[in-house]
Design a protein around this ligand. Structure first.
Ligand code: MN3
Ligand code: FE
Length: 297
């Protein structure tokens, strides 16, 4: 029988200086905001008078985020299990906050919808590309970890979940929220929550960046796998943007499709650039990475 090795009573103790442990400390400080503390009274007033077209655009964004947060909440567990099985205690400690935060994000968007009285079936806003990503690719990739915990499978999971869904799609979505609401001071409760969850997401993406750098450092061939997968996924992000504009070049907030495409491309390039730095790095350097080097705000 395999015998457990206890880490925290050994001379090793906890690696308090490692990036995952620092992210855990940060999460205990910044990840504890409570969605039920946010005041949506002005949002309710604004919702009642917003033009229908603009409401449609915001509702599409909310419904995609609502389903996306639900999906990432449900799909994260196999990754946590794979990391725990390898005895990576500091990483698992960080991941306990990750799942808690995704649950709060799911709660947050539902509170917004309840407040503004949008209680119907919103899945009509889930386009074919959206479904392909959130109904198929994400759950399939994450569930693979239940039976396959190879470095390849873990890298694939982190590429799809942290780099693509969080690092490219969610970031593009926050940008759309700010672009349509910020200038007019609209929906302040919604924007407040988006700001808070954007900060949580920066830790999630930061962890994913660490994880992929660690995996690439341990198994250099994984860099090509990750990079190829990202390049395969990028067209889906562009298609989502296009579907969001419904064949038009400019939406009701005056935002252009071109600008959305550029933002998505910029996010993609930023993820790829950080990952490319893993090549040739020593493993100790990866554990010592600063929060800012992995984009944590
Ligand atoms: Mn989230
Ligand atoms: Fe997240």
């Amino acid at each position: 029988m395999e015998q457990r090795k206890i880490i925290t009573t050994s001379e090793r103790g906890l690696q308090e200086e490692s990036l995952p442990f620092r992210l855990y400390q940060k999460a205990k400080k910044f990840g504890v905001w409570n969605p039920t503390d946010i005041d949506f009274s002005q949002d309710v007033e604004h919702w009642a008078i917003l033009p229908e077209e603009k409401k449609g655009e915001i509702l599409r964004l909310i419904s995609q985020f609502q389903a996306g947060e639900e999906a990432v909440t449900l799909d994260l567990l196999p990754l946590i299990m794979a990391i725990a099985k390898e005895g990576r205690l500091e990483e698992e400690m960080y991941l306990t906050t990750f799942l808690f935060e995704e649950a709060k994000h799911t709660e947050f968007f539902r509170l917004v919808l309840n407040a503004i009285g949008e209680k119907g079936d919103l899945s009509v806003h889930h386009t074919d590309t959206y479904k392909k990503i959130f109904y198929e690719i994400l759950p399939e990739t994450m569930n693979r970890l239940m039976t396959d915990q190879s470095p390849e499978a873990i890298a694939e999971a982190s590429t799809v979940y942290n780099m693509f869904v969080e690092g490219v799609l969610a970031e593009s979505g926050y940008y759309s929220f700010y672009r349509s609401l910020e200038a007019g001071g609209l929906m302040p409760g919604l924007l407040k929550g988006v700001g808070l969850l954007k900060r949580d997401e920066s830790r999630h993406i930061g962890y994913g960046t660490f994880l992929l750098q660690r995996l690439i450092c341990e198994h250099p061939h994984l860099y090509d796998q990750v990079s190829n997968r990202m390049n395969e996924l990028l067209p889906l992000a562009f298609m989502l943007n296009r579907e969001g504009f419904k064949g038009q070049e400019v939406n009701s907030s005056g935002a252009t499709l071109e600008d959305s495409m550029q933002f998505t491309q910029k996010q993609f390039n930023a993820r790829m650039e950080v990952l490319s730095r893993a090549k040739g790095r020593k493993i100790e350097e990866i554990y010592k990475l600063s929060e800012s080097e992995v984009g944590v705000i």
